[in-house]
Design a protein. Structure first.
Length: 201
């Protein structure tokens, strides 16, 4: 994205996009040493989300990449499957690769969103959806999407299940670092849902 395009995005939207992208990064792969260091350097305000960000930063300071990678694998990969299945289809229907995935692929095509060539997981996984939402806000696909389009995408593909997923991540038996990720994600989804609700009034 060019600097000119970037200037067209309000600061509030830039921060929203950054948080979506950050969650997507942490949920896509185990964090590198650099990502953990970046996370440890975060600071939030005294709001519930800010407090959750501070808690995430504290746990990141105490975490080692190998430990977090082991946690990530137990949560999302495992032997056969991880503790959690972070897919919209699973949360909404109980099965993988169901109608929510087909609907998402159709909506992606309409919006010009495409899956990266090196990604082989179904597009309805939580990491991809966080990254898509961040990209829509920031204009990484050649244009920004207005609040109405953001709301439609969120309400269709993220809102109905992401809060449940982040709550499960917070409480998962293998979650330590990712419990803090889950808390931050849950609170952020609540804020987004309320903001979209208010935008319609």
């Amino acid at each position: 994205m060019s600097a000119v395009e970037d200037l067209r995005i309000a600061e509030e939207d830039r921060l929203r996009a950054d948080l979506y992208n950050f969650l997507g990064l942490l949920l896509a792969t185990p964090p590198s040493t650099e990502t953990l260091a970046m996370t440890a350097g975060l600071s939030g305000d005294d709001t519930p989300l800010g407090t959750a960000i501070n808690a995430l930063a504290r746990i990141a300071k105490l975490s080692k990449p190998a430990g977090v990678e082991s946690e990530f694998n137990k949560l999302f990969i495992g032997l056969g499957r991880g503790e959690l299945l972070p897919y919209a289809s699973y949360y909404l229907t109980g099965f993988l690769n169901e109608k929510p995935l087909a609907r998402l692929r159709k909506d992606m095509a309409v919006r010009g969103l495409t899956r990266a060539k090196n990604i082989y997981e179904p597009e309805d996984n939580i990491a991809s959806l966080m990254e898509m939402m961040g990209a829509m806000i920031a204009g990484r696909f050649g244009r920004t999407f207005d609040i109405a389009d953001q709301k439609t995408f969120f309400s269709t593909h993220i809102g109905p299940w992401s809060g449940h997923f982040f709550t499960d991540l917070e409480a998962a038996k293998n979650s330590v670092f990712y419990a803090a990720v889950g808390q931050a994600g849950r609170l952020f989804m609540e804020i987004e849902a309320e903001a979209f609700r208010m935008s319609a009034e």
